[in-house]
Design a protein around this ligand. Structure first.
Ligand code: NAI
Ligand code: MG
Length: 354
């Protein structure tokens, strides 16, 4: 298989973890006989310094032509004082919008070696392995009107969805459930919100096309509670933009480290942008100690969701699991009697196991 991948390292440890992603992809292409070509482009603060904008047009053009995009992270104190149109995160929001990425996938998995790192009890976290599918381009964050009225004393935000927007995210969730344990939890607030009633209708209509997947509807407040009292009951969760934003941050505490969380943002044709959930970590940037595993697992998501290379994706995830099992960890993780390694060593260990 031949694929063209745009690399957007961005800022801080983004540069270091993207290098790790490239190593892992080289190993995958050797072993499975694929050809991956890379096109490195600027985004974020690095792009501001070089081109005077956080999202240069050549970056947008390159991403639009690519089969997939890998992004490190953007931002840092150096650019904090810039006016809002020059802020590094404008680059990230801009590229998601330019590419029309409506589905945000966040897998959250508690590795056995890291159970103690979660603030939750080990027996609660053990065995948790879920995927949150969040709608990313509609809902409360984009609905109009959204404004102040009455001399600033009244305010309105709007939770708006068109049927097709719900259909495409629900389809994505069903398809994702098929690749996993075939259980879908649709999250809404249908006892109160009109938008949730349409959401439920669409899920009910769609489920006949996926008879192998079991479906339940659960109210968002109940899910918020169950996520930290009984997370193992979930497989795939699908929900509206703001609910998904909140629930995915909540669920991230199951793993215990930001350095372990990958994400994917997709559209229907499979084009996607893959990035770790963490930021540019200015406090450790340039030291060679960043945990590359969130980025490496984002590579696995790319192989699975953009290229349909399920076996290759599993190989990457199994290699990560094996390295942790052998007791290797970066400074953000603690494994009892384990061995502390840096970014490059951790990457090499994953590559060896591939
Ligand atoms: P952050 O995620 O960069 O760092 C939070 C803490 O976690 C830091 O102590 C950091 O050292 C640690 N950490 C994060 N990723 C790590 C990794 N892979 N390995 C080891 N340790 C890791 O969040 P923070 O500090 O709030 O933001 C720093 C900058 O990153 C800001 O400019 C922020 O705007 C930006 N940011 C960018 C994001 C993105 O590009 N998607 C997401 C979140 C923040
Ligand atoms: Mg958030």
């Amino acid at each position: 298989m031949k694929k063209n991948i745009v690399l957007l390292p961005g800022d801080g440890i983004g540069q270091e973890v993207i290098a790790a992603a490239k190593e892992v992809l080289a190993a995958i292409s050797d072993q499975f006989n694929h050809t991956f070509t890379f096109d490195k482009q600027d985004i974020g603060g690095t792009a501001v310094d070089k081109h005077g904008t956080p999202l240069p047009s050549q970056t947008v053009e390159a991403c639009k032509k690519a089969d997939a995009v890998l992004l490190g992270a953007v931002g840092g104190p150096k650019w904090d004082q810039l006016p809002s149109h020059l802020r590094p995160e404008k680059g990230l929001l801009g590229i998601r919008k330019e590419l029309g990425l409506f589905a945000n996938l966040r897998p959250i998995k508690g590795f056995d070696q890291l159970l103690h790192a979660s603030p939750l009890k080990e027996e609660i976290v053990k065995g948790s392995d879920l995927l949150i599918v969040r709608e990313l381009t509609g809902g409360l964050y984009f609905g109009k009107p959204s404004e102040r009225r009455n001399n600033g004393n009244s305010v309105v935000d709007t939770l708006a969805y068109d049927r097709y927007e719900i259909e495409r995210i629900v389809d994505k969730a069903f398809q994702s459930a098929r690749l996993r344990r075939k259980h879908l939890t649709s999250v809404d607030k249908a006892n109160v919100l009109e938008s949730s009633k349409l959401w439920r209708e669409v899920v009910e209509e769609k489920k006949t096309a996926y008879p192998d997947v079991t479906v339940e509807h659960v109210l968002v407040d109940a899910v918020a509670m169950k996520l930290i009292t009984n997370p193992t009951q979930f497989d795939v969760i699908v929900t509206e933009n703001m609910f998904g934003d909140i629930l995915s941050d909540e669920a991230s505490v199951l793993t215990g480290s930001l350095g372990m969380l990958p994400s994917a943002s997709l559209r229907e044709d499979g084009i996607g942008l893959y990035e770790p959930v963490h930021g540019s970590a200015p406090d450790i940037a340039g030291k060679g100690i960043a945990n590359p595993l969130a980025m490496i697992m984002s590579v696995a998501l790319m192989l699975r969701h953009s290229f349909q290379l399920e076996e290759e994706a599993n190989a990457v995830e199994e290699a990560v699991k094996a390295v942790l099992k052998d007791g290797y960890h970066t400074a953000d993780l603690k494994i009892e009697n384990g061995q502390l390694v840096g970014t490059k060593e951790m990457t090499n260990l994953v590559v060896e196991r591939l």
